[in-house]
Design a protein around this ligand. Structure first.
Ligand SMILES: [Zn+2]
Ligand SMILES: [Zn+2]
Length: 175
């Protein structure tokens, strides 16, 4: 959406669009990704060095409350981190790999159908719907299979694999 259209729709909601708000909104709209607040802050700062973290976080909160961006936790893949994406996209499900963190977006009629079913079943008016699916991507499935094979074949080497510094876990002393 061009800046003027965003401004128009915001004015309709009684939200004043400052330069910083517009900048963040553009970054989120244009990226098409799911960016966390810190990454957005770094990107915004590269465009406007006067921006500070507090302003960026406050602006994100405002954009969320204004219904312009969605805040996601993506199955808490990275703990309490939140991610932001544009609300201009069609409704979609997030498919998150819990091993490598890759996020895929599933668009399609089944989601619209589910929404209609829920609305008619409960006589409910849905304002927002969020679908998150966590699991392992095909790449990580094969990596995990290989790791497990290795663990069975060479149990001691598997320990070295799971210890990033290469140290073997020390044997526990009897208490
Ligand atoms: Zn993966
Ligand atoms: Zn998304």
């Amino acid at each position: 959406m061009p800046g003027s259209a965003i401004q128009e729709s915001l004015r309709g909601r009684g939200v004043r669009l400052t330069r910083q708000r517009l900048l963040l909104l553009e970054l989120i709209d244009n990226s098409g990704l799911h960016l966390d607040a810190e990454s957005l802050y770094q990107m915004a700062k590269a465009r406007d060095s006067k921006l500070n973290r507090v302003t960026v976080y406050r602006t994100l909160k405002m954009l969320k409350e204004g219904g312009l961006v969605d805040e996601l936790d993506l199955a808490h893949f990275e703990g309490e981190k939140h991610y932001y994406e544009t609300r201009l996209k069609q409704e979609h499900a997030h498919v998150i790999c819990l091993r490598c963190g890759k996020v895929e977006e599933f668009f399609g009629e089944p989601l619209q159908r589910l929404r209609r079913q829920i609305e008619s079943h409960f006589g409910f008016q849905i304002l927002l719907a969020r679908t998150e699916v966590g699991g392992y991507c095909s790449h990580c499935q094969s990596l995990r299979a290989r790791e497990m094979e290795q663990a069975v074949r060479e149990p001691s080497e598997h320990h070295a694999l799971t210890e990033p510094d290469g140290h073997r876990p020390r044997a526990k002393r009897p208490a």
